[in-house]
Design a binder for this molecule. Sequence first.
Ligand code: HEC
Ligand code: HEC
Length: 357
Amino acid sequence: MGLFHTSGQTASSHTLQTLLITTLLLQPAILVASEPSPSNAASQKSQELRHEPIQPLTLPGNLDLQKLSLGERLFHETRLSKDNDMACVSCHDLTSNGADYVSHTPGRHGIKLEVNTLTVFNSTLNHRLFWDGRAHNLGEQIDFVINGKSEFASSWPEIISKLRSDASYVNAFNEAYKNGMTADNLRNALVTFEQSLVTTNSRFDQFLRGDADAITPMEHAGYLLFKAYGCVACHQGKNVGGNLFMKFGVFRDYFAKRGNLTRADLGRFNVTGKERHRYVFRVPSLRLAALTPPYFHDGSVKTLEEAVKVMAEHQLGREIPTEDITCIVAFIKTLPGDYQGRPLQSKAPALKQADAP
Ligand code: HEC
Ligand code: HEC
């Protein structure tokens, strides 16, 4: 079980092999059979839950509310962008999934971004930010957006000179920070707001905390399969992902089959230049996967069913039966939680099942 607590760093290929071999050896049937019967389950419960490879989400308790609300305002502020036409919220819809529903969002001047939009919800829990992990923390991530040619194409001095003409900002910053409006404080306010974007109280977290009835038998079966097939070797921890770098295409070449290789497909190689990082990505969180189609860094897959199928084939080297895929998808749907006391809702346009297995 200690294996599942790997955190923070790139797993060496040896560790990956060990993880995969360990998990591949565990066949679903064996694990299902070894589940405790309902009669003796109660006594084992607390012990059992502590050892689960997925942990419940909790809200950070001590966020400064003044800074947080300034950050919330900045998240919606178009003056952060050079042409005053784009805000963080333009691509990260907080009333639905913290992202959008297209494969490649149009950025500045309508030019499509290289990769699919990641959700801002729960991003504070990821050990690095972005698909290729190029930002070490939320503060660094913001600078990429501010300076990025396809995003805000601006700079902190430019932003500060615009916001200084707005007395309400100047006053609010003077109240919240000793040294008023500075680049560091603008960044800090945004980060403080992002730290509050945690989705708590999901049905799965209720289950983890001991409410056995919070998920259906089918969803529970999906969780057991998720563990038994070995998905959990990569998608684990509080965020069900977000704490490891792994190659996309461990067993089968995903890119050869898809074709049209792009720069973004090289993944972490673009950050380190190391050959062994070619096609390596930060494992995405599955917390909101049920609400964030389309899937993968290239946004090429429309349904969760198809994404699970692709994962089984390319990351685990096996085909898994449709019934098992259905259960795993049902499990993934129990993972999103509430934001500001309300369950997050998808605003996804109805998806065609054409891609489904
Ligand atoms: C034009 C659309 C767009 C805008 C505007 C935008 N983002 Fe993003 N955001 C994206 C895309 C696309 C990604 C994934 C990029 C990548 O991985 O290379 C992303 C990734 C992120 C991530 C990383 C999540 C993770 O799990 O790694 C965070 C955090 C984030 N954005 C916050 C912000 C903030 C804060 C702003 C405003 C300062 C902002 N975004 C503005 C499209 C946008
Ligand atoms: C060896 C590590 C590994 C294993 C095992 C693995 N995954 Fe993944 N998963 C990844 C990586 C890396 C990505 C990102 C791929 C990309 O888009 O570049 C990913 C992406 C996903 C996505 C898409 C998320 C999104 O927001 O686009 C889903 C869904 C998913 N995995 C589910 C599963 C399931 C279910 C299993 C088990 C059948 C599984 N994964 C097994 C590493 C793994």
